[in-house]
Design a protein around this ligand. Structure first.
Ligand SMILES: [Zn+2]
Length: 170
């Protein structure tokens, strides 16, 4: 994991860019998580402006998966970008959607978790050949076969189901 280490403290003013190649092996770092067939890169830029430090996590690449309509191969371009503020905290604190806390005297962070989240959050819940930026069209023969042999099922995104449950508890 140390290869996704990024220096966030003790830097000169300006933008400090770190680029990482991301492939399937990257996802093996995350136990209990879905594996993705993804090839792309992550650009982690630390911007230091006097007393303010920001970190921008930009991810982009191609996700190889199956079309939700025709079930044939699809190469979906995905990208995401998110900026966090870096703040020093006297005691360890979990990061939020906006702030990554570092300890006093901490110079580096491991950016892999943030890269992972950036990619996962950029994957659309429904991927199909009608999406913008997809070269190929749906396989019509496959659709006919699917329609012939399958009954309509209502599919929901499991992530949304989880969220709904959380809301219900509250
Ligand atoms: Zn399709």
């Amino acid at each position: 994991m140390s290869c996704y280490r990024v220096r966030v403290s003790g830097l000169k003013d300006g933008a400090h860019i770190n680029t990482f190649e991301i492939n399937n092996q990257f996802f093996e770092l995350f136990v209990n998580n879905e594996a993705f067939n993804f090839t792309g890169k992550a650009e982690v830029t630390v911007v230091v402006k006097s007393f303010n430090t920001e970190i921008k996590i930009k991810t982009l690449g191609i996700l190889n998966t199956k079309c939700d309509i025709c079930a044939s191969k699809i190469e979906a371009p995905i990208s995401n970008s998110h900026t966090f503020l870096i703040k020093e905290s006297p005691s360890p604190q979990p990061s939020t959607d906006e702030i990554i806390y570092i300890n006093k005297g901490q110079f580096f962070i491991n950016s892999s978790q943030y890269i992972y989240e950036s990619i996962v959050l950029s994957i659309p819940t429904n991927i199909n050949h009608n999406m913008k930026g997809i070269k190929d069209k749906c396989d019509k023969e496959m659709i006919q076969l699917i329609n012939k042999y399958s009954k309509p099922v209502i599919t929901t995104d499991p992530r949304w189901d989880k969220l709904k449950k959380i809301k219900d508890i509250k």
